[in-house]
Design a protein around this ligand. Structure first.
Ligand code: COI
Length: 361
């Protein structure tokens, strides 16, 4: 595989410092974008080429571009954090790069070399470093690498041309309430992914498929939808855009990777952070019946959602057809908050990076 260099073509008109600071004061999630983006092309027979860092701008696509019709698209999400000394580091970018390769294989797309993925993210963060929010708050710079099929034509086949891009967006809490517990609607009829499908790939189609169930969750007054497995409609899989953890006192359990669950980087990191803190941490199966029963008998002490965007968000209320219950009295649980703090301390550079997870720029 070829590794293209990234040619720097910075913007002559970046946003003024005052405008940028106004955005950074209250960035929300995914609403504002930095001054630049990275683009790299792939063409059959030529491989990866024309890596560029250019001003952030709309891209022009022919109406017959294949991604617009057959959704050959994959994406990633990772964050850059401001450290106490003012420097910037990203969290486990190689994990995202490797997952991006797995997603590419699943969608019959070319694999971007891990080092090119990291180089592209680094180039953008270095160029737009002023957009990385100050150390000490909840905010960080969210990076969104993605790849689309750009061949023009309506034949259903793997495309012969692709475009890889990285854009960046200053991000506060994904849920407007921050660490306020969220409510979950357990969908027992709609499924997110099926065995042999592409549930373990990070592709827009999985998120599109989640929107109706997410809207149904919202109609029930809930923040997120929770999916069960597609065969038995019994085993808890994940939420619309994040993984789940169940806390049984000093033991935490997350649903095992069955092929229809996304292998979250935060999910994986928490298995290690929890063990560092002396908890038992394991992957296993949790049924929705067990979830309800163990919450009601008090053995299941906390539940939380996790993901790059959501970090760790406590679950406060769970609803399923005809019934609902409170999780840890509707308040953020102690273990949830402890794990959240431990992970954020590593990411923000206020705790030792014993696993070598931080990628310093
Ligand atoms: C992420 O956590 O990075 C995701 O891609 C989830 C999405 C719902 C924002």
């Amino acid at each position: 595989m070829t590794t293209p260099t990234i040619e720097l073509k910075p913007s002559a008109n970046p946003l003024s410092a005052a405008e940028r600071e106004a955005i950074l004061a209250s960035p929300g999630f995914g609403r504002h974008f930095t001054d630049h983006m990275v683009t790299i092309k792939w063409t059959e027979g030529r491989g990866w080429h024309d890596g560029q860092l250019v001003p952030y701008a709309p891209i022009s696509l022919d109406p017959a571009t294949t991604v617009l019709h057959y959704a050959q698209e994959i994406f990633e999400g990772l964050k850059a954090y401001r450290r106490p000394d003012g420097s910037v580091a990203t969290f486990r970018p190689e994990k995202n790069a490797e997952r991006f390769q797995r997603s590419a294989r699943r969608l019959a797309m070319p694999e971007l070399p891990v080092e090119t993925f990291i180089e592209a993210c680094d180039a953008l963060v270095k160029q737009d470093k002023a957009w990385v929010p100050a150390h000490g708050g909840e905010e960080s710079l969210y990076l969104r690498p993605f790849m689309i099929a750009t061949e023009v034509g309506l034949g259903v086949k793997p495309a012969n041309e692709y475009l890889f891009l990285v854009i960046a967006s200053p991000a506060g809490a994904y849920f407007p309430g921050g660490v306020k517990p969220v409510s979950i609607w357990v969908s027992e009829d709609r499924v997110r992914a099926v065995p042999g499908g592409m549930g373990d790939a990070k592709t827009g189609g999985n998120y599109a498929a989640s929107l109706l169930a997410q809207a149904e969750a919202a109609a029930k007054g809930c923040d997120q939808v929770c999916y069960l497995d597609a065969v038995e409609h019994t085993w808890v899989e994940e939420l619309g855009g994040m993984n789940l953890y169940f806390v049984y006192g000093d033991r935490i359990v997350t649903p095992s990777l069955t092929g229809s669950i996304l292998e979250g980087v935060t999910r994986d990191s928490l298995l290690a952070v929890a063990r560092d803190l002396g908890y038992e941490a394991e992957e296993g199966r949790v049924s929705v019946e067990q979830w309800q029963r163990d919450s009601e008998n008090g053995s299941l002490t906390e539940v939380f959602a996790c993901g790059t965007a959501a970090v760790i968000t406590p679950v406060g209320t769970v609803k399923r057809a005809g019934t609902e219950w409170k999780q840890s009295g509707g308040e953020p649980g102690e273990v949830t908050l402890r794990l959240r703090q431990a992970l954020l301390d590593i990411q923000r550079g206020t705790a030792p990076d014993t696993h070598g997870w931080m990628h310093q720029l």
